[in-house]
Design a binder for this molecule. Structure first.
Ligand code: ZN
Length: 359
């Protein structure tokens, strides 16, 4: 039985950090707060109101210094230009127990009936049809995986179906972009030898590779290596907001050529033309990015990738219930119902059918 009565069209989303929030709020023991309602952007009661049917749930390992520097980072991002130094790399020894705890939180959410961990697109379709929240286990930054990829095999068996080789911090697999504005992502080296092996093994297993956060050299290394469509789960148009995290026209062209996908990131600093991390962003700016992405990659290759519980959102969104405002704005902007369905969930299903194949 489902647990959502969804506003149409249901939104399936490219990125959230709910597992990090629950980890911070107390770990597995705090998982039940997702069902009753809690702080932050996303929980079951508000997902019902907002018509949020599921998405990619990130396994992300915070750096030890994250808490002490957050205010400094937000302060710097209000005064562009900025170039926030990246935290130091993390060891697998540090990262793996944290990732396992986040996997355990996701499994507890499933046990509690909050969601289903989807392993294939049949699972997704079943959740969409039944109003059950659909979760894809996604890893944002592969610090928990060793160079021999043994942890990858175990995590795949646990349900991992999507992976970004880096969050912005460097890993043994590659390099990410710093929070730098204005800048392209053309900063630093590409994939390591282990990074190329990671890409090939993900292709074999049918794990989707996420290009958001990678620098350009890493992006192009994956583009020339992977046999799957190119996907950036939560990134925007560099032509509108020239932040290092956003995608240049050339990258968008490669994504279109591969029949891949881009999910619109709601983080203010990646939306606003001035790169500021401030919430007074009109929904119209989100529509400008959507228009631009549709124009450059095509209406079958654009979706949503909120960054709920991982970013400062525009005041017109505020939390998952704000998806109703986004739908209203999209319709008022002239998107017809067929396009709404594509942007809200059908394009994610389409690209995952292609990426996961027969798994
Ligand atoms: Zn991210």
């Amino acid at each position: 039985m489902g647990n959502l009565e969804i506003n149409e069209p249901m939104i399936f989303d490219g990125h959230n950090d709910v597992l990090l929030k629950l980890l911070t709020n107390g770990g597995v023991g705090a998982a039940s707060s997702f069902l009753t309602g809690d702080d932050g952007h996303l929980d079951i009661p508000r997902a019902k109101t907002g018509g949020f049917g599921g998405g990619f749930f990130a396994l992300y390992v915070p750096s030890p210094e994250d808490v002490s520097t957050e205010d400094d980072i937000f302060g710097a991002m209000n005064n562009p230009p900025y170039n926030i130094p990246l935290p130091a790399p993390l060891t697998q020894e540090y990262a793996l127990p944290i990732v396992l705890e986040e996997v355990a939180i996701l499994m507890r959410l499933q046990e509690l009936g909050a969601l289903k961990i989807c392993h294939n697109t049949d699972d997704l379709r079943s959740c969409f049809a039944n109003g059950k929240m659909a979760a894809i286990m996604h890893m944002e930054g592969a610090e928990a995986i060793d160079a021999d990829l043994q942890a990858l095999e175990v995590l795949y068996t646990a349900g991992l179906r999507s992976l970004g080789p880096v969050w912005s911090r460097p890993t043994i697999f590659g390099h990410g972009v710093p929070f730098k504005y204005p800048s392209t992502g053309d900063i630093g080296d590409g994939l390591s030898e282990a990074g190329f092996r990671l890409v090939k093994r993900c292709n074999q297993l049918g794990i989707m590779l996420d290009l958001s956060h990678l620098n350009e050299a890493g992006f192009w290394d994956i583009a020339k290596t992977t046999d799957a469509p190119l996907v950036a789960t939560h990134s925007n148009a560099h032509a509108i907001c020239p932040h290092a995290r956003n995608l240049t026209d050339k990258q968008l062209e490669a994504i279109a050529d591969s029949d891949g996908m881009v999910g619109l990131n709601y983080a203010c600093a990646f939306l606003r033309p001035d790169g500021k991390m401030q919430a007074d962003v009109a929904l119209d700016v989100m529509l400008q990015h959507l228009d631009y992405l549709i124009e450059h990659v095509g209406e079958d290759r654009v979706g949503l990738g909120s960054d709920f519980d991982g970013a400062m959102l525009p005041e017109g969104i505020a939390d998952v219930t704000g998806l109703n405002n986004l739908r209203t704005a999209m319709r008022a902007h002239g998107y017809d119902e067929a396009l709404m369905q594509k942007l809200c969930h059908k394009n994610w299903l389409r690209v995952l059918d292609k990426t996961w194949g027969g798994i």
